[in-house]
Design a protein around this ligand. Sequence first.
Ligand code: ATP
Length: 218
Amino acid sequence: MHQTHKAIGILGGTFDPIHLGHLRMAIELYESLDLAKVHIMPCFQPVHRKLPTATPQHRLAMVQCAIASEPALYADDREIRRQGPSYMIDTLLQMREEMPTTPLCLLLGIDAFLGFPSWHRWRDILNHAHLIVAHRPQYHLPSTGIIADLLKENLQHEYGFIHENPAGGILLRPITALEISATDIRKQIAMGRNPRYLLPDGVYDYIKQHGIYSISRI
Ligand code: ATP
């Protein structure tokens, strides 16, 4: 089926806080896959992990601040507006109503992809989106099991596939390795250390202004 719209990327996460690892992944995949946009989508309530430290409103504000001057990236607040547990399948179904034939690409780090079979209605997700898996050092793909089977069935080697089909492919892509983690940034701030250059200056200023990850809150 030939698509008339360029593929859109979706980078979901807690973004507690957003950092340069997330932003480089978004911009590098935007460029290398020729995406129309990448939607950075903070969840309201994560389903597979403990509740974030910062409120949804603060996490969204930090995303908006991080990407304000970058037209390739879009702060998508739909999961925060929807509230409740942020199931990706619900998000994709909602996007599908708005964009019935536009290819949608979920951008995931390998760590997130390894947990994909535990996601709610994960097989159905592939009916509505492609998965773009970004390499991260220290994470390896298994050669047996559900993930290996999934790759055997769906792995694509040409990125043209994601523009020509609305969903169903899996692509593995290299990105610049930046082993930055939000957990580590929160810990550094709580310990009074300086996390500059791991995240955009504006985001760090926002965190300081609102006292978000001070020791009493972490
Ligand atoms: P935390 O440390 O709180 O678990 P995190 O930094 O891993 O947070 P998330 O919001 O959980 O960030 O991640 C959202 C997405 O970004 C996931 O797909 C994850 O694999 C990816 N990601 C996180 N950190 C990096 C990084 N440094 N480089 C590339 N991708 C990343």
